[in-house]
Design a protein. Structure first.
Length: 147
């Protein structure tokens, strides 16, 4: 299973989702490949936001070695599922889709709601982490169930 998490800058939400799902997959003995990307280019090559690193560390997840990158069309070929954090990301990623198969790989991370961007509010990092962890546990349960 190959999963890509996408947000705007790839410094807050998608690195958390990437790190949490990777951590939980390893805990469950799953050999999944998880990565993250941003729709914007501003932080390419940077580490995630220090607040995301800190909140993840508080819960035993290390995301400090991640490196921000921008979403690219080839990601449609490399990933089975592409989860986006909000409707703007959904629109941006789907605009790059080449065909129905690409479109079918893209969905909101939280199914019917957005993950709020904590960048401008320090108090959102912990609630966002908990939201992300809850959904990552659901993803493992959903995708690790034999058909």
């Amino acid at each position: 299973m190959k999963i890509l998490m996408v947000c705007l800058g790839n410094i807050c939400r998608s690195p958390l989702a990437h790190g949490v799902l990777e951590h939980l997959a390893k805990e469950n003995g799953l050999e999944w490949e998880i990565d993250s990307a941003g729709t914007g280019h501003w932080h390419i090559g940077e580490k995630p936001d220090h607040r995301s690193i800190a909140v993840a560390k508080n819960y035993g997840v290390d995301i400090s070695q991640q490196s921000c990158r921008q979403f690219e069309i080839g990601d449609f070929d490399n990933y089975d599922h592409i989860f986006v954090m909000d409707y703007s990301n959904l629109s941006d990623v789907k605009a790059l889709a080449r065909h129905d198969e690409d479109h079918g790989k893209v969905s909101l991370f939280l199914k019917n709601e957005i993950v709020p961007d904590p960048y401008y509010d320090d108090n959102l990092f912990d609630p966002v982490y908990k939201m992300v962890e809850r959904r990552c546990r659901e993803i493992i349960a959903e995708m690790n169930t034999p058909a």
